[in-house]
Design a binder for this molecule. Sequence first.
Ligand SMILES: [Zn+2]
Length: 273
Amino acid sequence: MRRRDMRLFATVSAVLLLFPTPVGRLLAEPTNAPNLASGKIVDLTWPFDEKTIYWPTSPSGFELKSISHGRTPGGWFYASNAFCTPEHGGTHLDAPIHFAEKGRTADEIPVRQLIAPAAVIDARRQSAADADYRLTAEDVRDWEKRHGRLAAGTIVLLRTGWGARWPDRKAYLGDDTPGDATRLHFPSYGREAAELLVRERRVGALGVDTASIDFGASKDFIVHQIANGADVPGLENVAHLEELPESGAWVIALPMKIAGGSGGPLRIVALLP
Ligand SMILES: [Zn+2]
């Protein structure tokens, strides 16, 4: 650094110290919202069809029934379907009431909470070595060492690499015995990571590219209890996380507005800078 630059640096630093806001905050935290008009948009949603993966104990999957498809007596074409689906299957949202009696229902979650900066925490290496891998608090802190402390309201997306297995039910869930959810193996969040993210960092939502925010072998669904208990929704079976940067993207994760719903089909997209 040259003498003149040195003096300038010292002056700016002193000014920032003396006036931490608003000038200091503006310089320290430039707004990082991607431009909606020019940013690249990535669809993070799996299609709903006969291949869509549901929890093994789900009584049914996605059903689409044709009501009309063809030429009408008036001469024009007309198509219309009816669909039926359990709330929890495919790319979907877990509303807080899913695991918390007093938690919000799907329609009660403020949309502001579902439109936020995304932090993508990569655990592909650990998950490839151990299908029962659970994200640790240390993994979260490693992300923060590279990208800074997670801001309140961030939508966290855990990237395990499991999306590459979709829609192979056995490879994706670890077991494909109908009606049996006791032998599942896939990675997800661990308890300490969930406590750090939800209670200390106060993130807005926990998302993952596997079937659950708890790992497949979980017996107590502790991550669901921690997140939903703090009115933090889960985003499950999120697609194409390999296309996202670890930091810098924004996510729009809007579920079907089912009044009183415990969750529901989700259309989730990322906006890249
Ligand atoms: Zn769910």
